[in-house]
Design a binder for this molecule. Structure first.
Ligand SMILES: Cc1cc2nc3c(=O)[nH]c(=O)nc-3n(C[C@H](O)[C@H](O)[C@H](O)COP(=O)(O)O)c2cc1C
Length: 345
């Protein structure tokens, strides 16, 4: 594409402007959600450099001090805005959340993404420190509660998503328009989005941005072994499993020997103690690093069915925006032009 085509002279797709892109100061309203073990400076800076918002995952760093160093490293890799995710999940030995938060608030990072529990203890402090807050949740009632807290942007995960889809099992096609009708704050659609069709659909449903997890794992810059990226490419939309359903802490992960065993044990009434050795975070992390697809639990969403290559983040985002515009134009043409005779379609 040349200057005449995009009007910016940089060969890139023109910006896609929504309240989300404006508020976050990014070219395209495409966010890389927090990802345990994956949300490092390599991943976040690549997404931010490609015109989206990259997000570091606080708890991937072993200590608050290590997070401070990772933020500095990311800053040395991109001049664009990036955020930090802080996820509150049930844990036997909770991490020192307050100290992680202190680091984030004093780091100069412009965006905090929270997920998991109600962020009531975090959002007022983050806003007072001048950060833009995104809260990611999986139900409309939690989205409304976040809006009441003053969260700037609400990210909503449909049941398709990787990680924790909650227990209501509502897909994005229903969840996103309900949220768009009921919230005043801008919303980001998350879960199941991997291409320009998904981006276009999200915008049409009333979202003003998208959040991607799994799709960004299958990119050149994701800090994951190539064999795992290939497993994501090879997987179909049927190749995820829901583990921890019996614990009411459901997580969507890639189908492999471990997740099959966890589901089988749960169906026999196994308690968490029995599952624990299988699902240890350290095993999942080791699997991502070594490429042993059956080595641990690997978080992934149904969107694996849409993934068939491992592009750079820049190529992926340009392709998504281009395809989004083409899909929106095609839909517009369908709604205004008379139906072409069958022979011509
Ligand atoms: C490998 C992986 C790890 C994840 N870890 C976290 C996490 O620590 N905190 C969080 O809020 N979401 C986490 N997620 C969820 C993503 O941020 C995002 O909400 C989700 O992947 C969206 O669904 P999608 O995978 O269909 O795009 C993770 C997702 C993946 C794929």
């Amino acid at each position: 594409m040349d200057e005449a085509e995009n009007g910016h002279g940089d060969g890139l797709e023109p910006p896609l402007r929504t309240r989300v892109s404006e508020r976050l100061g990014i070219r395209y309203p495409i966010v890389q959600g927090g990802m345990m073990w994956v949300g490092t400076a390599e991943m976040a800076s690549a997404v931010s450099n490609a015109g989206g918002l990259g997000i570091l995952t606080a708890l991937t760093q072993p200590t608050p001090e290590a997070l401070a160093a990772e933020i500095e490293r990311c800053r040395s890799m991109t001049a664009q805005p990036f955020g930090v995710n802080l996820t509150f999940l049930p844990s036997i030995t909770p991490p020192p959340y307050e100290r992680y938060l202190e680091v984030i608030l004093h780091s100069g990072v412009p965006v905090l993404e929270t997920a998991g529990n109600n962020p009531k203890d975090v959002v007022p402090a983050a806003r007072a420190a001048g950060l833009t807050t995104i809260h990611k949740c999986v139900t409309v009632r939690h989205a409304l509660a976040a809006e009441r807290l003053g969260v700037d942007i609400v990210s909503i995960d449909g049941f398709e998503c990787a990680g924790h889809p909650g227990e209501d099992d509502i897909g994005g096609l229903v969840l996103i328009p309900i949220a768009a009708r009921r919230l005043r704050a801008p919303i980001i659609a998350s879960g199941g989005i991997g291409d320009g069709r998904g981006l276009a659909a999200a915008l049409v449903l009333g979202a003003e941005g998208v959040n991607l997890g799994t799709r960004f794992c299958a990119t050149v810059e994701a800090p994951i072994h190539p064999a795992i990226k290939q497993a994501l490419v090879d997987a179909s939309e049927r190749d995820t499993r829901l583990v921890f359903r019996t614990l009411h802490n459901t997580a969507r992960v890639l189908k492999n020997a471990i997740s099959d065993e966890v589901v089988a044990l749960e169906s026999r009434g196994a308690k968490f103690e029995e599952l624990r050795p299988l699902v240890a975070g350290a095993r999942g992390r080791a699997a991502l690093a070594s490429g042993d697809v059956n080595g641990g639990v690997i978080t992934a969403g149904q969107v694996v069915g849409l993934i068939d290559d491992v592009p750079s983040c820049a190529v992926l985002i340009q392709r998504m925006v281009r395809e989004c515009r083409a899909r929106l134009a095609a839909a517009e043409a369908m709604s205004t032009a008379p139906l072409a005779p069958p022979a011509a379609r």
